[in-house]
Design a protein around this ligand. Structure first.
Ligand SMILES: [Zn+2]
Length: 242
C-alpha cells in the first residue's frame, strides 16, 4: 500500500514539473530552458563550492581507518556540501522527491569530469551503491542508479546494478559515531552475487554524497574481496572534511 502512495506522489510531482515553470531548488528563481541540472539555475550551478581533491578525501578515510589503507583507488566528487550553499535541498529532492533527472544531469557532469582523466581510462563497469530492498520499496527508486546512467551517457561503460547487494538495513547507522560506523559497515553490509561479472574488472562506484566515506569503503572492500581489480569512488557532493 505504501508503495502505491509513493507511485501516486511521484506521478503528482512529474505532472507539476510538466505544467508549472521549474524553479531553482536553491534560490527559487525561475530556471531557463538551458539549465544544466534540473531544478538548479545555472547561476547557482556555477557558484557551487568545489569539492576536496581525491587525495584529501582518501586521507580523510585513512585517518579513520586506524592505519589500514583505503580500499578505494581514488574518489571524485563534484561539489562541497556546505550548509549555507543549500545544495542539500537539491540532494534531498533527488533522494526523496522522485527527481531522478537531477541524478542523471549530475551524472553527465561527473562523466565529463572524468572523461579525459587517465585515472579512469581503464574503467570496465559502473556500479551504483545499492539500497536495501526495503528502502527501494519505500522510495521506489535508487538515486545512485540515475547518477550512474548520466555517467554512462558520457563514458559509455556498462552499468552493473544487480550484482552488488545491500544485505543489512542500515537505518540505525547514523546513531553510531564515525569510527564505529566504519567498523560496523565492513563486509557484513554488502554481498556480491554473480561474481564472474566483476572478476578482474576496474569499477566506478557511484553514490550521491560522500559523508564519512564508510559506505563507499565497505562496498569497495566487498568488491575487491570478491574478485574486482580496483574500485574508484564517485559522488555528486562531499561533506566538508573535519
Ligand atoms: Zn538558483
Amino acid at each position: 500500500m505504501l508503495n502505491f502512495f509513493n507511485v501516486l506522489e511521484a506521478s503528482k510531482n512529474v505532472y507539476l514539473d510538466f505544467i508549472s515553470p521549474i524553479h531553482c531548488q536553491l534560490c527559487n528563481s525561475q530556471c531557463g530552458d538551458n539549465q544544466i541540472i534540473f531544478r538548479l539555475c545555472n547561476e547557482c550551478f556555477y557558484s557551487l563550492d568545489v569539492s576536496p581533491s581525491s587525495e584529501q578525501l582518501l586521507n580523510s578515510i585513512y585517518s579513520k581507518m586506524k592505519g589500514n589503507d583505503s580500499a578505494l583507488s581514488s574518489i571524485t566528487s563534484y561539489a562541497e556540501l556546505n550548509p549555507d550553499s543549500k545544495l542539500e535541498l537539491l540532494i534531498y529532492a533527488l533522494k526523496y522527491d522522485y527527481c531522478s533527472r537531477i541524478g542523471f544531469d549530475f551524472g553527465k557532469i561527473l562523466g565529463k569530469k572524468i572523461l579525459n582523466d587517465s585515472t579512469y581510462s581503464n574503467i570496465d563497469l559502473i556500479i551504483p551503491v545499492p539500497l536495501h530492498a526495503a528502502r527501494i520499496r519505500e522510495r521506489t527508486y535508487n538515486q545512485s542508479l540515475y547518477i550512474a546512467k548520466g555517467i554512462q551517457d558520457i563514458i559509455h561503460k556498462r552499468i552493473e546494478s544487480t550484482c552488488l547487494q545491500r544485505i543489512m538495513y542500515s537505518g540505525s547507522q547514523t546513531l553510531l559515531n564515525v569510527s564505529e560506523r566504519s567498523y560496523n559497515m565492513s563486509d557484513t553490509l554488502f554481498k556480491v552475487i554473480n561474481k564472474e561479472r566483476i572478476h578482474n574488472t576496474s569499477i566506478l562506484l557511484v553514490d550521491d554524497v560522500f559523508t564519512t566515506g564508510a559506505t563507499l569503503e565497505a562496498c569497495a572492500n566487498t568488491l575487491l574481496l570478491e574478485g574486482a581489480l580496483c574500485v574508484h569512488g564517485i559522488t555528486i557532493a562531499s561533506a566538508p572534511l573535519r
